[in-house]
Design a protein around this ligand. Sequence first.
Ligand code: NAD
Length: 728
Amino acid sequence: MSSDHTISPLCHGEFKHFKTAILNDGILLAGFDYFGKSVNVLNVESLSEWREIVQFVEQSAAIKGVVLVSLKEGNFCAGADLEQMHDAQRRCSFQEMEQLVITAHKLFDAMERSPKPFVAAVEGACLGGGLELALACHERIASTHPRTCFALPEVKLGILPGFGGTQRLPRLIGLPAALDMITTGKTIFPRQALRMGLVEGMVSSIPSSVRTLEKIQKEILVQAAIAQARVLCSAPARRRPLRASQRFLSGPGIRTFVCRYARHQVIKRVRHFYPAPLRAIDAVEGGMRLSILEGSLTVEKPLLLDLMASPISAHLVGLFLAGEEVKRKVATVPEAATRLGVLGAGLMGAQIAGQLSEKGYAVVLRDVSSNILATAIGRIHKTQTAQVRKRIILPSDLRYRMMRIAPTIHIRDVSAAPLVIEAVSEKLDVKRAVLAEFESEARPDAIFATNTSSYTLADIAVKAVHPERCVGLHFFNPVARMQLVEVVRAPFTSDIALAQACSLAKRLGKFPLVVHDGPGFLVNRILSRYLAEAVIMVGEGISIRRIDTVAKSFGMAVDSGHPMGPLELLDLIGLPVAMHVLTSLAVLGPRVESRDALLRNFLPEKKPPLTFWKSGKENAQALDAVANYRRAYPSEANPISDNILHQRLFLPMVDEAARCLHDKIVEHSWQVDFALTYGIGFPAFRGGLLTWARQTMTPGQITQELESLAVKYGKRFDPCPGFSSGGW
Ligand code: NAD
């Protein structure tokens, strides 16, 4: 920006959530800076201020155009204010929300129709209503800042893009691409956005650390947006025509088929569990015959309000806010470590090292042999290359990421790291030996974070010289996809070790849920009851397909896009690991029965373990293994209804969750709901394990069901003392 630009206060005075400046050539620079929040949100307050600004622009002859920018670091706008929406859902009162939606539609329409150009300068996350605000601008320029991304994630909250997104997006990027974004909520990165026409320009820009209007004017992004606004002032913006193929696929003749295909894809992915993506397609299809404002008000809005009033959306928004709470509540440290160690370069260690380098950490990755390290590096490279192919990162980014990982076989190379993640083989003596090695080499204040899934922190640190620096950092597999990390605190864990571990998980973009030490912590402890019961049923001769089908019909793992029953999940975890976890959790008492005699038949000598499923079918060898077991341990194959099968899978999980609360592994039932949803794919639309249980039956009824299962199938179903009085 040239120095002749002076800043004059907007005649209307100061705003609470926007800072404004009129530049000499009549461009109004509007900096969104929602007061009191770390991200910008759209609600009654911020939208009415934005409306005042838009009206002022309309009325003032001195203003020729507008550049909208964010003054928040790494966030353009997070979308609608979900706390306000959740409050409306709790009160079942939607008049205020409806008013907000109408205001947004009229306001965005006024921007779009304005003869004065609006240009959005997008840096950071531009999500939901934030993207709809940017779509109402005449043009969008994006910066390549690592946090810049675009998405309409409303379907993940059980609603649809309700500020005109279903109307504007197909007109901008064509019907197929818009339906894909809207029905999946997928994230689009700047290079992808430019290619698909979601933004008109992209610049590499260094953000100023002081986020004032004066400072950000020097940024390349803002300069580019101002320059573009000036160009548009003299040659008014016209909507860029769609490419021929996009035009063809969005045209009246073919539109019905494209929408039918999109519905088919949605049902394939989420079955009929989630109505929002289907209603979003209705909104897109219904609105294409109308003007944007008409489509927004008469098609999109009623569908949105219906969805907002549904219990599914209330559950999904509740879980989303629980995640925000988890992130907000944890103690963190201001000083970020930049160089970390990872011990063990197997399945988990390699993934963790890849994630760390992706987020900018230098990583020393240690294993016992160069061959293992070479395999791990190859695996990380493959995953990162996929991001280059998808245009998420540049080949140079890939090179930098790989250069940040230093493989080694020497423990001394890890000695300078202030925090080390241990992901070595799940054997207690190996873990203890690795901790001892770490203590002899590491800095006196270095933190040891174990990724164990079945031992307690107390078991591992039993001989530690400095147990206070031991903490659990339990990632889930696959690390890049699973958002939950259990941060395990033992009585001896220091506050600083806990805060370091939480900070790291948060910087990796995960939800760091603090849990107390105990066998299986929270998630695996509850999961073990589900998996063990599935294996017991296989041993009784119940078909593999039937067990998994019952779990999938309930919605297990549907949110991952790959519905999965317990036996398919066992295949994914890998039988040796799963057996190990189940055996270790036998310390919980006779309620975790691991059926080793059956599973040992699945481990042929010198061959890979058998899986329950093979190429989408029940594995014939697994069926033979079950038949062998049943010959050795004959039992009557009693008929069982789907309802009892369902109860046998899910009621023990509820019982175990109540026990976890009793043992203070976590304090609140919402933490159980959150952990199981994000840790093992308990269906989010049911609101979480305990919410589902409470809404389906009374504690007394569940107690009765468990007691009758105990009579028929064994004492492992006995409910925990006090279960029937609720409180969980
Ligand atoms: P893995 O067997 O794939 O890898 C373990 C690695 O540790 C091997 O490469 C082995 O060579 C290495 N190792 C052994 N001794 C070592 C030492 N002294 N120093 C450095 N490296 C050493 O196991 P994994 O599945 O990656 O599991 C690692 C840890 O993560 C375990 O504690 C496991 O319980 C936990 N975990 C596993 C999963 C999963 O799904 N597999 C999920 C969550 C947590």
